[in-house]
Design a protein. Structure first.
Length: 357
């Protein structure tokens, strides 16, 4: 089709004379969406677990696009170190140490007052996962740790609910839309021996730059729009990975693991609470984390934490470092003691940030 004919075909599109649709007029013009797709978006629902860098950017993209009902779940509060990459928040949020979920709800309402937006301050656990995620058409990953991601995967596979995995660290990120029965699940992808380094790197130990966060969020949001607008046929079904510093981009077909404990054998240890580290009170103002599944290289961990500008004390048996008003002591068997709190959510959050999944 020549440019003249293409322009003529575009002029023939008549947008609905509806003030609600005026907001989405340019999105409706896109042939992949159309009026019917927009109607489906407005009647759809999505829940975003985690409102850090990727979650915040994904949330605002979906709010602007007109997803009719959005729930944002996060256990953390806004800090000044978040502002470099977490697009929904500002200095005032950080100064007030506002819960991210509440700050996100307020900002998203300013972006689109015509949809239903709810912020929930919570630590997603096996005990509350069904209550917080049930009833939504799509689950989106905005988390900062693999313990929660595997919990999401267990829930989604058991409930046969689509979800989108997304992660970024350093200058590297990846995302994949997971549809139970149709595609491989996260356990197929990451419960392999060579996935260890990916599970241990975190933004708090190796850093992260803003461009990779926004790129991954855009890729995640695009897959979400396909699902929620009724265009699942447009899903590519591949794992996308990208490094904005080196310029390397990769698209990989992921096959289901015929021995997968989740989507084949229907074993859900994260959902059952059997894989989550056991946490107990340990004396006055302390929490002990009993990690069941790992042995740590304390030297390598100490080097990563030191490189992040945190002072570390170490011997052959343990390493110790301070974060804000807390002190974390980590042992080679994966066990750790957090001093300065008796809150299991804080203990899990700091462990995930600095030790990894």
């Amino acid at each position: 089709m020549g440019r003249g004919a293409w322009l003529a075909s575009k002029r023939s599109i008549v947008l609905p004379n509806n003030p609600v649709f005026e907001r989405y007029s340019r999105q409706i013009l896109f042939s992949g969406m159309g009026e019917e797709g927009q109607r489906k978006l407005l009647s759809s629902s999505a829940v975003i677990v985690g409102c850090g860098a990727i979650g915040a950017s994904t949330a605002q993209l979906l709010a602007r696009a007109g997803v009719g009902r959005l729930r944002v779940i996060d256990r953390d509060f806004v800090e000044h170190s978040n502002l470099q990459r977490q697009a929904l928040f500002d200095e005032n949020d950080a100064s007030q140490s506002l819960p991210k979920a509440m700050a996100a709800e307020r900002k998203l309402r300013q972006l689109n007052s015509e949809i239903d937006i709810e912020g929930v301050v919570a630590d997603l656990t096996p005990q509350n996962v069904a209550k917080l995620l049930d009833g939504f058409d799509l689950i989106l990953d905005g988390t900062d740790n693999f313990e929660t991601r595997f919990l999401l995967n267990d829930f989604a596979v058991q409930a046969c609910r689509p979800w989108i995995y997304a992660a970024a660290v350093g200058s590297y990120g990846l995302t994949c839309a997971i549809r139970p029965v149709v595609t491989a699940c996260l356990a197929c992808l990451l419960e392999t021996p060579d996935a260890g380094p990916l599970l241990e790197e975190t933004c708090d130990t190796v850093g992260v730059i803003g461009p990779i966060v926004n790129l991954v969020a855009s890729l995640e949001a695009a897959e979400a729009l396909k699902i929620l607008s009724g265009h699942a046929e447009a899903l590519h079904g591949r794992l996308l990975s990208c490094d904005v510093w080196s310029g390397r981009m990769q698209s990989v077909a992921v096959l289901r693991d015929l021995r997968c404990r989740a989507c084949v054998r229907h074993e859900y240890p994260y959902l059952d609470g059997k894989a989550q580290p056991h946490i107990t009170l340990c004396g006055r103002d302390s929490v002990q984390i009993h990690e069941r599944r790992r042995c740590l290289d304390l030297s390598a961990l100490g080097e990563k934490i030191s490189a992040a500008g945190i002072a570390v004390k170490k011997n052959d048996f343990l390493l110790k470092f301070g974060i804000a008003s807390y002190e974390l002591t980590v042992f080679a068997d994966g066990r750790a003691i957090l001093k300065g709190s008796t809150d299991p959510a804080i203990a899990r959050s700091l462990y995930a940030r600095y030790v990894g999944a």
